[in-house]
Every structure is written in structure tokens, then in C-alpha cells.
Design a protein around this ligand. Structure first.
Ligand SMILES: Nc1nc2c(ncn2[C@@H]2O[C@H](COP(=O)(O)OP(=O)(O)OP(=O)(O)O)[C@@H](O)[C@H]2O)c(=O)[nH]1
Ligand SMILES: [Mg+2]
Length: 234
């Protein structure tokens, strides 16, 4: 049973033209997450095709908010905008392309209630899985996670997955310096570990999107990931 204070879960979903996915993401949230929650869908521009179906859902669910990216475009700014909507408590980042398995969320919240301030959905620990995705990206991501865990005693096996639960007070305390995109998850986690916050992982399965288009910029963001990898080691 979760303590009352930690029960309102803030779910942040960055979206870029996820019109073909958002209804399914919402029904997964509805069917798989037991905790009381509110949802922030963060979009960049008014013509985004996620908005019409999201507005339909909003008519039935008053706990769904559509937030326009207030720091400029891009996934990183979308996440920062989502975090800025939340005063305190658990913030869960979920992708809008159906790649995250939301049956992992209740176990993540249990860990949060135990006192962990970052709880990572982990594809590379025992019980975790990854299905599909570009080979180079998968390999680099697994390599980063496994080497940090094996050689540098990092407390988790998957350092790059963005499907992660953060405590808002921790986000405020560590701050955000990322400049690329999804390396944000790695930055926050590495800083949290370095500063002695309790960090843990729960197994999850990641599936490649079946609709819409990936906007992950591997070569452009690689140096940013490398920065946080080196920060973790030294
Ligand atoms: N607001 C906003 N959301 C974005 C942007 N780029 C991506 N997203 C959203 O962020 C989530 C993840 O984006 P993806 O492009 O699937 O990236 P990924 O899941 O890390 O990588 P792959 O799916 O493996 O390519 C999805 O919900 C996207 O719609 C952006 O520029 N702005
Ligand atoms: Mg994706």
C-alpha cells in the first residue's frame, strides 16, 4: 500500500505527431496504472496531429492536461515544460509512441514509496527486455548501461531509457543542464547517484514504435550522452 502523500502520480508525455498512438497510450494508462494520476501531454505546435484525439479524451478525463512546450521546441524542452507543471511528488516520463510497458508503473511506484527518488524502467536487468529498434542505438545503449553497472558499480543496468520515475524535489535539486534531447534521463540519474540519492530499477519491456516516426537523433546527441557517461566514471 502506498503512503497517501505519494499517491498522486504525474505522468508526462512528450508528443510530436503521435495522433496514431495517443488513444492507445491513454487506454494503457487507464487499464494498467492503478494509482491516482494526472497526465500532462506536452506538444510543440498547434497543428500537431496528437491534439484532436487528445482533446477528445480530455472531454472524458479532466485529469488530462495539454501543455504547450514553453521553453521552445524539442523533446528536451517538452520534458522541462512537463516537469515545470508539477509542484511536488512523483513524475513519470512515458513516451507517446507506445514503447513503454505500463504494467511496470505500479512496481515503480512501490519503489518510490520505499524512498527511492529515481526509479528506472530497466531493459537490461534480469526480467527486462527490448524488442526492435535500430541495432547501433540498441548496442550503444546496452553497452553504456552494462559497463557502468559492471565496472563502476552503478546501481542500475539501464542508464539511457527515458521511462523513469523522478521525485520532483530531486529534479529541482539536481537541475537540468542537458542540451540535446533524451540524454536528460542519463544526466539526472548520474547526478542523483553521485549525490547519494537512492536510485533503483524495475524490469520493463521496451517495444519499437509501430506507428508514427522516430525523432531520435543518434549522431547529434551522442556527444551529449558521452559527456554524462564520462561524468559517471570520473
Ligand atoms: N514535444 C515534443 N515531443 C517529441 C519531440 N521529439 C520526440 N518527441 C516525443 O518523445 C517521445 C519519444 O520520441 P521518439 O522519437 O520515439 O524517440 P525514442 O523513443 O527515444 O527513440 P526511438 O523510438 O527508438 O527512435 C515520443 O512520444 C515523441 O512523440 C519533439 O521535438 N517535441
Ligand atoms: Mg520511440
Amino acid at each position: 500500500m502506498l503512503p497517501r502523500k505519494s499517491r498522486l502520480l504525474n505522468i508526462i508525455i512528450p508528443v510530436y505527431n503521435e495522433g496514431d498512438n495517443i488513444r492507445k497510450v491513454y487506454s494503457e494508462i487507464f487499464s494498467k496504472i492503478k494509482a491516482r494520476r494526472r497526465i500532462f501531454i506536452v506538444y510543440d505546435f498547434d497543428e500537431d496531429n496528437t491534439l484532436p484525439p487528445a482533446r477528445e479524451i480530455q472531454k472524458k478525463d479532466k485529469n488530462l492536461r495539454l501543455v504547450k512546450n514553453r521553453f521552445g521546441r524539442g523533446a528536451l524542452n517538452a520534458l522541462r515544460s512537463g516537469f515545470a507543471e508539477v509542484k511536488s511528488g512523483p513524475c513519470l516520463v512515458v513516451m507517446g509512441d507506445l514503447s513503454d510497458d505500463l504494467s511496470s508503473v505500479d512496481p515503480m511506484l512501490e519503489k518510490y514509496a520505499e524512498g527511492f527518488r529515481v526509479v528506472c524502467g530497466s531493459r537490461y536487468m534480469k526480467g527486462g527486455r527490448q524488442e526492435g529498434g535500430p541495432l547501433l542505438k540498441r548496442t550503444l545503449s546496452r553497452l553504456a548501461g552494462i559497463t557502468l553497472n559492471w565496472f563502476f558499480r552503478f546501481p542500475i543496468h539501464d542508464v539511457t531509457n527515458n521511462f523513469r520515475l523522478y521525485d520532483k524535489a530531486l529534479l529541482d535539486a539536481v537541475g537540468i543542464e542537458s542540451r540535446g534531447g533524451f540524454e536528460l534521463a542519463m544526466e539526472i540519474t548520474v547526478k542523483a547517484v553521485k549525490r547519494g540519492y537512492p536510485v533503483c530499477e524495475v524490469p520493463t519491456t521496451w517495444r519499437d514504435r509501430s506507428a508514427g516516426q522516430s525523432r531520435f537523433k543518434l549522431l547529434k546527441w551522442l556527444p551529449f550522452y558521452l559527456r554524462w557517461y564520462l561524468y559517471a566514471i570520473f
